[in-house]
Design a protein around this ligand. Sequence first.
Ligand code: PGA
Length: 258
Amino acid sequence: MKSKLVIGNWKMNLSFEEADDLTIAIQEALAEINLQTEVVICPPFPFLELVTDLAEESNFNAGAQNCSQFENGAYTGEVSAKMLADLGVDFCIVGHSERRRYFNESNEVIAQKINRLMDQQLIPVVCCGETLEERNAGKHFEVVEKQLKETLFHLKKEDFEHAVIAYEPVWAIGTGVNATPAQAVEMHKFIRSLVEKKYGTEIAYNTYILYGGSCTPQNAIELFSSEDVDGGLIGGASIKSGDFVSIIEAAETAVNDN
Ligand code: PGA
């Protein structure tokens, strides 16, 4: 059974001092564990160097929460994939529903961002997921399929195999209402079948498909032990060191029990 991947998305939270304390607390706790799980911390841009510096001597990696769809140039306020690579960042979240909703990011723009990340050999963590309205209308599979086809499935095999997919139902993000393991499994299986159709069985098996949306230390073991759930993208619980480390421990338990 492949090891799990747990990614913390701090969003736009914490002061510099809090970020420093949190990263050190995670570093110290993980140093005590003979870790199989791959752990990634995605702070806001101004704290990235803090995390990349500590990541060098720790068993976690650094990730960004966003990057520009452009290579470089007169794009005030933007951060390029190359800048992230220069800083030692390995992962970057793209297509998060908050970016789609508040910053009008389209599938087309997300696809361009993924291309920029691929140019720099960074790993995109590509988010997809339906709203409650779409689920209630029975359109959740259709919505996720369209998002993945339009953002990710243009990649060649050798690029696609570096991508991570995160299924994050919008109704579960920050709401305290997580998808049930059955709902997660159903969607993850569907996503893996899409990957299989496009890229073949081996790549489909190896692709990490994470679940995100109100993951907690309480529900993590059950979710991560579910078939086709390869780990989690964690928001709120990732800015509390105790909760985040417990979720990583749940990932360890889920692999060892299977
Ligand atoms: P949440 O966020 O864990 O706070 O629900 C998940 C995410 O947005 O990645």
